[in-house]
Design a protein around this ligand. Structure first.
Ligand code: FES
Length: 132
């Protein structure tokens, strides 16, 4: 059965992270910035990371998007803090969705945006390292 507004259910965790997102903002001296957008819905996400000795010490985001995009941005930034770059690369959209207690199928693409933003920020960090 296709999902309709009546049968779309968000988990308590998604609602919490949407209402009170963690790590909102910018890191002015970020070591990596990931900018991604979904051309279909038009939502955009910018994710900042601060890295010290190969470990992500801080992560923040700015998302102009739907509730699920905000909740997944909040969760992905929580999940990667304290991780090494290699560990952070293992954080998939599936892991973000699981940590949020699930997402309605119709909103799964929003979690892909979070994974892409993280990967783009790590790519940017790596590029800056090689250009140093
Ligand atoms: Fe676009 Fe959620 S609807 S990211």
């Amino acid at each position: 059965m296709p999902e309709t507004p009546e049968n779309i259910q968000y988990s308590q965790k998604v609602l919490e992270h949407f209402s009170h997102p963690h790590n909102v903002g910018e890191i002015p001296d970020a070591d990596g910035i990931g900018n991604v957008g979904n051309p279909i819905c038009g939502d955009v996400m910018r994710l900042y990371i601060k890295v010290k000795d190969g470990r992500i010490t801080d992560a923040k985001f700015k998302t102009f998007g739907c509730g699920a995009a905000i909740a997944t941005s909040s969760m992905v930034t929580d999940l990667v803090k304290g991780k090494t770059i290699d560990e952070a690369l293992e954080v998939s959209n599936k892991a973000v969705v699981e940590a949020l207690g699930g997402l309605p199928k119709i909103k799964l693409h929003c979690s892909v945006l979070a994974e892409e933003a993280l990967r783009a920020a790590i790519e940017d960090y790596k590029k800056k390292q090689t250009n140093k």
